[in-house]
Design a protein around this ligand. Structure first.
Ligand SMILES: [Zn+2]
Ligand SMILES: [Zn+2]
Length: 286
């Protein structure tokens, strides 16, 4: 029964690896202007925000039962947010903008490159961040009923969010290594390692959740709520610095944010109509 889901997860993984490697390659070319980076980031952040709120959180409610299910889900979501804020505070790992126009925004660039120590922290922070994405992907694909059409849709939103966001992260780690003066070989190794991490964690959580037995449902619910919090925090961390410090291209940036949220919501509508069209009736049958 898990074979279809595993196939879907493998296809998702291959696409994520490719997108991540491509993002790292773009950093070497270095062609993104500040405005272009911000438009892309707003769109992707809007999509991630929508996936967190319309997909991850509602799906977590479906898996947690009992009278205190809302408290549990919200508690895990807050945990995901706080952990990400904590990591962002310490390691400042989520800086995507490498254009010269953005350099006034961030101290690190102003002081002539990234130090080896902060680079290690950035790698650690990005590692936890991408591991969270892997957990979200593995559990979302696992939870879908693989025997009908809706099963294919489960996890599609999470997959797309990761697929769109991953190049930005790969771009930033390779870009930072470049500004710290690392060799081409080291950058390629980091790019490949970073690309592989999310699929590996996704596969591990996919199998891990399957091994849990009766506890499976609740753990999937907690993992999804946790990922919702982490996704929300990541989306806002991409949006808020620009909102605080710049005021150019306001219309463009708000429009791309709304398009991102709109895409996530559209996917939610497609997914829920597919679920109600097929899977649900068979569940409630006599
Ligand atoms: Zn990221
Ligand atoms: Zn700006």
């Amino acid at each position: 029964m898990d074979e279809n889901a595993l196939l879907v997860l493998s296809a998702y993984s291959a696409a994520i690896v490719a997108a991540s490697l491509l993002g790292g390659k773009l950093a070497v070319l270095g062609t993104m202007t500040h405005t272009r980076t911000q438009v892309v980031m707003s769109l992707v952040a809007g999509f991630i925000l929508g996936i967190a709120m319309f997909h991850l959180l509602p799906h977590s409610f479906e898996h947690i039962s009992g009278p205190d299910m809302v408290e549990k889900a919200v508690g895990w979501m807050v945990f995901g947010m706080v952990l990400m804020i904590f990591l962002l505070r310490i390691f400042h790992f989520h800086q995507h903008d490498f254009s010269s126009e953005a350099s006034d925004l961030y101290d690190r660039r102003g002081h002539g490159g990234v130090h080896a120590r902060s680079l290690l922290g950035i790698a650690l922070g990005l590692g936890v961040h991408t591991a969270t994405e892997g957990i979200a992907l593995g559990t979302s694909v696992q939870m879908g009923p693989p025997h009908d059409g809706a099963g294919a849709l489960a996890g599609l939103g999470v997959f797309l969010a990761i697929l769109l966001h991953k190049p930005l992260d790969a771009y930033s780690i390779v870009g930072m290594m470049q500004s710290a003066g690392h060799s081409r070989r080291a950058r390629t190794a980091a790019n490949v390692g970073f690309a592989m991490l999310c699929p590996l964690v996704a596969l591990a959580s996919f199998w891990g959740v399957g091994l849990l037995g009766p506890e499976e449902g609740a753990v999937v619910g907690y993992a999804l709520a946790f990922a919702a919090g982490a996704f929300l925090c990541i989306a806002l961390s991409d949006l808020l610095p620009e909102i605080h410090f710049h005021s150019h291209d306001r219309g463009k940036l708000i429009a791309s944010l709304l398009v991102g949220i709109g895409l996530a919501y559209a996917l939610y509508c497609v997914e829920s109509s597919a679920l109600h069209g097929h899977g649900m009736e068979t569940h409630q049958g006599p």
